[in-house]
Design a protein around this ligand. Structure first.
Ligand code: HEM
Length: 436
């Protein structure tokens, strides 16, 4: 018997290949996605005629595609990617309110500079600048994370009912990210909401969801980051932006700013979702909450308690999969598992579907896989994940120890964000009763 029985799959029999379309996989509600993923896994790589994309949700396909240098993360030139212009001062960019087309073009210039869409030598150079610092971030924050969580819970608890998203996950995650990136420790709720709106807007356009509002927010965010960068150059601190500002490996300031913005958005949107959805998942199983709490209470040493939660945290990250899918393009004709992916074609790699399959296998075999193996197969070795792990672990530990009877508050209907890839629940109200 494993420690996390209710992480068990919601198995439903698939009826083969019908209904496997990109649109369904992207926009189906979570419970409806599981049978779709199962069918997709049964068929391996599937070509969706309507969207003209390949779909993949099984581990061997995913491993082959992500490990194959003939696939790129950025759309190949000639298929819609804007050419990268020379670095320019942001004051020369379109101001909010200018024509939508110009706004979109400016934003595409920003997106094209992000590490996420880079390959080859540029990717390696940007990784060299950013990844070592990111890997340390989780460790540095660990010491203060417990206090941050407790302070937020002190404020929320007396009400007996609170929203995990607004009152815990967002201030915790964004507060930590802004502290690390900009060195700002205390900021008011207006600033918090501004950073939240910017992060969501950038995550939206990165995933192809452009609207006037999101574009305006991204341009404002960019202008603010240029101002912050100038400030850090005059008065450097120990924050990430100051470290970036002193690094000579950036090609220009546009590249630096695009990647600093990306870090804030990539880190906060994914980790906020990881915290909220993990709690949503656990609180659907009152027995599991009690079981975990009883197990924790057997230990007085916080390190032993944290150790006990480790496998649960890994599997929750795997179950939640904050980045549901990633996209790759074939740079030449490539044969994989008997299917021919043509040059220029796009593959949607559904990490969520592959992770679901892995968890099913583990539970059905009733043997625990090592945490390291889970991290590797669930793609939890990304540079920012240690920070997400630290935040999730401290949050769960504090909630389990303080609130034996925490429950989901009844809601008429769950509200979902619009971003099909990174979006998730908009709110997660919970209630706390002193007695069961
Ligand atoms: C549970 C939380 C997280 C998950 C599941 C996650 C997932 C991912 C995934 C799937 C990618 C690959 C995207 C692609 O190849 O197209 C990625 C890349 C990246 N993530 Fe995260 N991420 C998380 C948290 C964070 C955090 C907190 C940060 C920053 C503080 C961050 C920064 C990055 C960066 C810089 C990359 C680019 C890495 C590279 O290409 O070398 N992530 N992440």
């Amino acid at each position: 018997m494993t420690l996390y029985p209710p992480l068990a799959p919601r198995i439903q029999d698939g009826d083969a290949e019908k209904g496997l379309s990109l649109l369904d996989l992207k926009y189906a509600q979570p419970s409806a996605r599981v049978p779709l993923y199962q069918r997709l896994r049964q068929h391996g790589l599937v070509y969706d005629e309507r969207s003209k994309c390949w779909l993949c949700a099984h581990v061997s396909g995913l491993t082959s595609i992500l490990g194959d240098g003939r696939f790129t993360s950025g759309r190949p030139s000639g298929s819609g990617t804007p050419a990268i212009g020379p670095g320019k001062a942001w004051g020369e960019h379109s101001a909010p309110g200018s024509a939508l087309r110009e706004m979109k073009a400016s934003i595409e210039q920003v997106l094209a500079r992000q590490l996420l869409v880079k390959d080859g030598a540029t990717h390696t150079r940007l990784q060299g600048i950013m990844n070592p610092i990111l890997r340390q971030m989780g460790h540095h924050l660990s010491a203060s994370m417990g206090q941050r969580v407790e302070a937020l819970l002190d404020a929320a608890a007396p009400t007996g009912q609170w929203d995990v998203m607004q009152e815990l996950a967002l201030p915790l995650v964004l507060g930590s990210m802004v502290h690390l990136l900009l060195g700002e420790k205390d900021f008011d709720s207006d600033s918090l909401h501004r950073f939240q709106a910017w992060s969501h807007a950038l995550a939206s356009v990165t995933n192809g969801f452009f609207s006037r509002d999101t574009m305006q927010r991204v341009l404002l965010m960019s202008e603010a980051f240029y101002v912050l960068l100038a400030h850090k150059r005059c008065a450097p601190g120990h924050d990430l932006l100051s470290i970036f500002a002193a690094d000579v490996r950036w090609q220009d300031d546009d590249e630096l700013v695009a990647n600093a913005m990306m870090l804030l958005a990539a880190g906060s949107v994914t980790t906020t979702k990881a915290v909220t959805h993990s709690l949503w998942f656990l609180l659907q199983y009152a027995q599991l909450w009690e079981y975990l709490r009883a197990a924790l209470l057997q230990y007085a040493d916080p390190r032993a308690q944290a150790h006990l939660l480790k496998p649960v945290v890994e599997r929750l990250l795997c179950r939640v999969t904050p980045t549901r899918y990633i996209v790759r393009w074939a740079t030449q004709d490539i044969a994989i598992e008997g299917k021919l992916i043509r040059s220029g074609q796009q593959v949607y790699v559904f990490l969520e579907g592959a992770n679901d399959g892995l968890l099913q296998q583990e539970i059905l075999s009733d043997t625990a896989t090592s945490d390291a193996a889970v991290q590797e197969s669930c793609h939890l070795l990304r540079p920012g994940v240690p920070l997400a792990r630290t935040i999730l672990q401290h949050t769960l530990l504090a909630l389990l120890l303080r609130f034996p009877h925490l429950r989901l508050a009844p809601v008429p209907q769950q509200q979902w964000g619009k971003n099909a890839n990174l979006g998730g629940l908009v709110a997660l109200p919970v209630v706390y009763r002193k007695r069961a």
